[in-house]
Design a protein around this ligand. Structure first.
Ligand SMILES: NC(=O)c1ccc[n+]([C@@H]2O[C@H](COP(=O)([O-])OP(=O)(O)OC[C@H]3O[C@@H](n4cnc5c(N)ncnc54)[C@H](O)[C@@H]3O)[C@@H](O)[C@H]2O)c1
Length: 259
């Protein structure tokens, strides 16, 4: 098999880097020569990531809450100093809930929008302000198939991910003149702590029924696509794009051979 091309040493910020897709992304980027600042609100998650990446060269760890604007400004500036040339941002910090519309309090809806949408916006904006003066870069946001289709129980989470789609397209438009590309991946279900906490056995059966590949993704499978979108040697003309990484879920009609 052909070896993946090694990126030159570039720097990236990965929010939500302490767990799941963010941690897998940081790990893959470090393996392929990037410096990475992992930013997370959870000290426990950061400690776990520190342990897992103990032997990786170029890993940095920062505690910050993406909903706190001044903390975001400080963390992005600090991360940029840590990683050298800031060329990439991956917005993985996110929260989820699976609740029927009639049982969703407005406060929960606001909290999900705050982390998933406003947090993504603020981190992207702070980083873009730096990258516009340093030759551009790439921002990758994390949407979800729940933002592309109306999945049950996802009124707040799905709406937040639908907003990520439009946020990504508008930021791509506004930032193209600075050489900053903005894209999103829209994962289907991925085996992460978030999913372990939320998906019931019935959810798992339902997903399996409607996913042609008949399984959940591993975090590394999402990380590979994120890395492609970050790396200018791979995706220099891709911007404003939403790539579903979902085992065929979005495109599927009747799934052959499934009850
Ligand atoms: N796992 C899936 O099936 C799936 C599917 C589609 C999209 N996504 C999205 O991928 C992203 C990562 O999800 P995951 O499954 O890896 O979840 P995860 O819970 O394993 O990791 C999310 C990380 O974000 C951090 N975080 C949460 N709120 C934060 C805040 N305010 N500031 C900074 N960090 C914060 C958490 O501490 C955690 O370490 C999320 O946006 C999620 O919505 C996940």
């Amino acid at each position: 098999m052909a070896k993946a091309s090694k990126a030159p040493r570039m720097g990236a910020i990965v929010t939500g880097g302490g767990s799941g897709i963010g941690l897998a992304t940081a790990e893959l980027l470090l393996e392929t020569g990037w410096s990475v600042a992992l930013v997370d609100v959870s000290d426990a998650a950061l400690d776990g990531a520190r342990g897992r990446l103990a032997n990786a060269k170029g890993a940095h760890f920062l505690a910050a809450d993406v909903t706190d604007e001044s903390a975001v400004e400080r963390a992005v500036a600090e991360a940029a100093r840590m990683v050298g040339k800031l060329a990439g941002v991956v917005n993985c910090a996110g929260i989820s809930a699976d609740k029927h519309v009639l049982e969703t309090p407005a406060a929960l809806f606001r909290k999900i929008l705050d982390v998933n949408v406003i947090g993504t916006f603020m981190v992207g904006k702070a980083a873009a302000r730096l990258m516009q003066h340093s030759g551009g870069g790439s921002i990758v946001n994390i949407a979800s198939v729940s933002g592309l289709r109306g999945s049950k129980g996802r009124v707040a989470y799905g709406a937040s991910k639908g907003a990520i789609v439009t946020l990504t397209q508008v930021m791509a438009n506004d930032l193209a003149e600075f050489g900053i590309r903005v894209n999103a991946v829209a994962p289907g279900p991925v085996e992460t702590p978030m999913v372990a906490a939320i998906h019931t056995e019935d959810d798992r059966k339902l997903y399996h029924r409607y996913i042609p590949m008949n399984r959940y993704a591993e975090p590394a499978e999402i990380a590979q696509v994120i890395r492609f979108l970050l790396d200018p040697s791979q995706s220099s003309y891709v911007t404003g794009e939403i790539i579903a990484v979902d085992g065929g879920y979005r495109g599927a009609g009747l799934v052959v051979g499934r009850p």
